[in-house]
Design a protein around this ligand. Structure first.
Ligand code: 13P
Length: 285
């Protein structure tokens, strides 16, 4: 498949201070809507699928659909596993053709997180696949997993340095106040913490849970060194709002193309909005 390792995409973003969307796919309309938005703005793209999305779509369909979508585009695209939960799940994705994986052992004790992440890095790098890992814990809901606010834990900058040195990862996901899913109150990001982490680790930083974060805060996060911004909920809401709007206007609709098509267009519009905020437009090579 004509995919690039995520490390190549993120290294350029790190050197030139911009961020690339880690945009989640949930079905064919998401895939097509996201790729179209990135193409129209000439932006590199990290397409990501969670384990839940892979179960829903089916691994063969994920691979074949991405292959079909990426075949005729000129932009660099990485296919990334979002929140890989085990070594086995990661190996499945690498074998299937993913060019990047995330191992999320962030809920394990620090030393165990290091050990599992290091094992994934050694294996993935030996076949040219990039690795993202996470330190700290975000609250909120992703797929079927919910972390309560009281259990969220911000990333410790000194631990972050030790973590990246010991594991050899390509990108570090940090917890600085964002949450997965829909925010209950106004999110407050810990920018001094982010700045300190970036100054210490000097490598690509990933922000999860970016839906619902204001354009101003996202721009500031990019200025402070975030190079990958994960968005899922905002696209799900864009798609679903459009579909609901159409059914409110025309309850007699029954042809899925008549509402999934406009839903797909709504995703493209939202993708373009995000790309402009992140500054990855016209950064494709
Ligand atoms: P949101 O659904 O909150 O945008 O989070 C997406 C994400 O972080 C995927 O890893």
């Amino acid at each position: 498949m004509n995919l690039v390792p995520m490390a190549d995409i993120l290294q350029d973003a790190h050197e030139r201070t911009y961020a690339v969307g880690g945009f989640n796919i949930n079905n064919m309309e998401f895939l097509q809507g996201i790729i179209r938005g990135a193409e129209e703005l000439n932006s590199p793209l990290i397409l990501q699928a969670s384990e839940g999305a892979i179960r829903y779509i089916g691994m063969d369909y994920v691979i074949k659909m991405v292959e079909a979508a990426a075949k005729d585009t000129a932009i660099p695209i990485a296919l990334h596993l979002d929140h890989g939960s085990s070594f086995e799940s990661i190996m499945n994705c690498i074998r299937a053709g993913f060019s990047s994986v995330m191992i999320d052992a962030s809920k394990k004790p620090f030393e165990e997180n290091i050990a599992l992440t290091k094992k994934v890095v050694e294996t993935a790098h030996s076949v040219g696949v990039s690795v993202e890992a996470e330190l700290g814990t975000l609250s909120g809901t992703e797929d079927d997993h919910t972390v309560e606010e009281k259990d969220a834990m911000y990333t410790d900058p000194d631990q972050a340095l030790e973590f990246v040195e010991k594991t050899g990862i390509d990108a570090l996901a940090v917890a600085i106040g964002t949450a997965h899913g829909v925010y209950k109150g106004k999110p407050e990001l810990d920018f001094p913490r982010l700045k300190k982490i970036k100054e210490l680790i000097e490598m690509p930083v990933v922000l999860h849970g970016a839906s619902g974060i204001s354009a101003e805060d996202l721009e500031r996060a990019v200025d402070y060194g975030v190079n990958k911004v994960n968005v899922n909920t905002d696209f799900q809401q864009a798609f679903t709002s459009k579909v609901k709007e159409l059914f409110a206007e025309k309850p007699e609709l029954y042809d899925p193309r008549k509402y999934c098509g406009p839903g797909r267009d709504a995703i493209t519009a939202k993708v373009k909005e995000k790309i402009k905020i992140l500054g990855s437009n016209d950064k494709a090579w």
